[in-house]
Write a protein that binds this ligand. Structure first.
Ligand code: B12
Length: 212
């Protein structure tokens, strides 16, 4: 029987095809889908982060790991998506301007969908003006912004300021996340919430909208 540790190793080694096959096997064997994602796939990416920082892995390899992780996520996603649930609210999610990291953001999107939110995934490198214009058009209840770089997290503040300028701040709850972001930073820039991972992001959105 395949283990989450073995899956993590395949992610670290960027073995996209093998990751897909192992995810399929694990689902067949009845392994909890969220364990496959959180312990196996994310577990692998966490180690990739450690090695990247220590200069033991470089960008091309990190990208291969990222692709392997995304491919695995696509396999597991249908097993946790509850398409039949009526929508409990709409969340606009995106990675801020200048930032191309999207793995964590996509996981948050997936978790939100799995608990019944309609998710508008704006993608990466989203400028404050682009977030604000989608909020005007599509009126989500929550704006979720992701940033992985200390240099780009400041655009979260710019977006909140622009929402205020446009008189939209009270129409939408704003949550933020990503490795360099913290509760303190959220308080400082006037966001409504922060959460450190995808599962708690879904709980946070429910709490902010008063959904039990
Ligand atoms: C993968 C990766 C890349 C990939 C991205 C591929 C992709 N499609 O996303 C590539 C190779 C492209 C890349 C490029 C770069 N990267 Co990079 N990258 C990483 C790495 C190794 C992993 C990130 C990741 O995917 N983690 C796994 C996911 C699951 O975790 P996560 O993103 O944190 O998300 C979780 C939570 O944070 C939270 N969350 C995330 N978003 C949100 C949003 C909301 C609303 C909420 C509530 C929660 C939430 O939930 C998620 C799931 O639990 C990190 C190292 C690290 N430790 O984070 C560096 C890292 C982020 N990168 C870094 C750097 C420096 C760069 C580059 C500048 C490198 C370069 N010299 O070119 C470029 C910048 C490109 C750009 N303009 O964005 C630095 C940032 C340093 C800093 N403090 O600013 C890091 C920390 C590495 C390091 N230690 O030096 N990178």
């Amino acid at each position: 029987m395949a283990t989450v540790e073995e899956l993590s190793k395949l992610v670290i080694n960027g073995k996209k095809g093998k990751v897909k096959t192992m995810c399929q096997e694990m689902l067949k064997e009845g392994v909890e889908p969220l364990d496959i994602i959180n312990k196996g796939l994310i577990g692998g990416m966490v180690e990739v982060g450690v090695r990247f920082k220590a200069n033991k892995m470089f960008i091309p390899e990190v990208l291969m790991s990222a692709e392997a992780m995304s491919a695995g996520t696509e396999i597991v996603k249908p097993a946790i998506n509850s398409d039949d649930l009526p929508s409990i609210g709409t969340v606009l999610i995106g990675t801020v301007k200048g930032d191309l990291h999207d793995i964590g953001k996509n996981l948050v999107a997936m978790m939100l969908e799995s608990v019944g939110f309609t998710v508008l995934n704006a993608g990466i490198d989203i400028a404050p003006e682009a977030f604000v214009s989608r909020i005007k058009e599509e009126k989500p209840q929550v704006l979720a912004m992701s940033a992985l770089l200390t240099t780009t997290m400041l655009h979260m503040k710019d977006t909140i300021e622009l929402l205020k300028e446009e008189g939209l701040r009270n129409d939408v709850k704003v949550i933020i996340g990503g490795a360099p972001v913290s509760q303190d930073f959220a308080d400082e820039i006037g966001a409504d919430g922060f959460s450190p991972d995808a599962a708690s992001a879904a709980d946070l959105c429910k709490k902010l909208l008063g959904i039990a």
